[in-house]
Design a protein around this ligand. Structure first.
Ligand code: BV8
Ligand code: ZN
Length: 289
């Protein structure tokens, strides 16, 4: 059976699958483990996929919707300006989901690897996730690129605080239901979380789309990426910048990069190693010494 693609190039479906299979085949795990054993500086770069097996929906997977919204449509300053109530319901829901979730074998394998080799190697975990599961698994040297669900920032005095209370304010009690048939969000602004110091409206201390990352955090992450020998890219679709640039740049300067994902990503061809499968299974194998 032939398929025609633009430019009237046609190739058999069979060869199409062979090409895909070639990309999709997992790499030689023993070869990767040799490279990891001799590494002095190791970086883990994680995305939503590492928390998928903890029951936290990823952005682009089936669970990427809350009510009728794409998560990325709510994670913007514009959404917060136009409906702080809706955005707070969204984050309240995610705080509740993450609080009930447990770190999975992938998070734990990374934390155990750090405690076992952290004295002889420089090990850094850079995460795009805001769910706090790496820290709860025991990871110490952690860079949270995009903030954390359990931190708030005052929109007036900019104070950043850790806030673990659930619900974060009385008005959010029993709110945040993800069902598509829940319409609207009408919590008056005065009942949303406010700053104890200056009574300014609080927002999640999270980097939204269109917002710059904290320069110090970005600098720390870039320094780790520029000097690592081995980088393990775990559970990320590699489509959100600047995080999506990090691993391809490391591979381009000669670092050994291994991708752990359930499917290839736009960056897979940049990397020497690709291990297909849930990272709760593949990471413990890769990190067991
Ligand atoms: C910036 C916090 C400079 C929020 C996040 C137009 C205007 C402004 C900016 C832009 C623009 N166009 C492009 C940009 C840049 C933009 C961007 O990259 N957009 C993309 C969509 C093209 N970036 C930004 O805005 C960044 N800031 O550029 O500042 C600037 C400033 C002003 C103007 C211009 C530039 C800020 C980006 C940070 C946004 N905040 N998170 C929140 O969480 O609520 S990003 C958020 O999405 C995540 O943190 C993560 O980074 C990203 C999601 O990606 P993933 O984590 O990879 O998750 P995803 O679901 O996509 O993929 C999951 C993967 O796991 C899949 O590959 C799947 O196969 C795999 N998987 C699933 N299960 C498993 C698994 N793998 C292994 N095991 C499993 N079990
Ligand atoms: Zn304040």
């Amino acid at each position: 059976m032939c398929i025609y693609i633009s430019g009237r190039i046609n190739y058999s479906l069979a060869s199409h699958n062979i090409i895909k299979m070639a990309i999709r085949q997992s790499s030689d795990m023993n070869k990767f483990k040799d490279a990891l054993r001799s590494a002095k500086k190791v970086v883990f770069l994680s995305g939503a996929g590492i928390s998928a097996e903890s029951g936290i929906p990823t952005f682009r997977g089936a669970g990427g919707l809350w009510r009728k919204y794409q998560a990325s449509a709510l994670a913007t300053p514009g959404a917060f300006r136009s409906s702080p109530s809706l955005v707070w319901e969204f984050y309240h829901y995610r705080r509740e989901v993450a609080a009930k979730a447990q770190p999975n074998a992938g998070h734990i394998a990374i934390a155990n690897y750090e405690s076992k080799y952290g004295t002889e190697k420089e090990i850094t975990v850079i995460t795009q996730n805001v769910d706090g599961l790496h820290a709860r698994a025991g990871t110490k040297n952690l860079i949270e690129l995009h903030g954390n669900l359990y931190k708030t920032r005052c929109t007036k005095c900019k104070e950043v605080l850790i806030n673990l209370t659930n619900p974060i304010c009385a008005a959010l009690e029993n709110r945040g239901a993800p069902d598509a048939n829940v319409v609207g969000s009408d919590i008056p602004v005065k009942e949303l979380p406010h700053c104890q110091k200056c009574s300014g409206l609080l927002r999640p201390h999270i980097v939204w789309f269109g917002e710059s990352l904290d320069p110090d955090i970005l600098q720390k992450a870039e320094a780790a990426m520029e000097s690592c020998d081995v980088c393990l890219v775990v559970g990320t679709s590699s489509v959100v910048y600047p995080a999506a640039m990090f691993a391809p740049q490391a591979a381009a300067r000669g670092a050994t990069v291994a991708e752990f994902n359930i499917e290839p990503t736009p960056a897979t061809h940049d990397f020497q190693f690709y291990f297909e499968g849930p990272c709760g299974t593949t990471l413990p194998t890769a990190l067991d010494g």
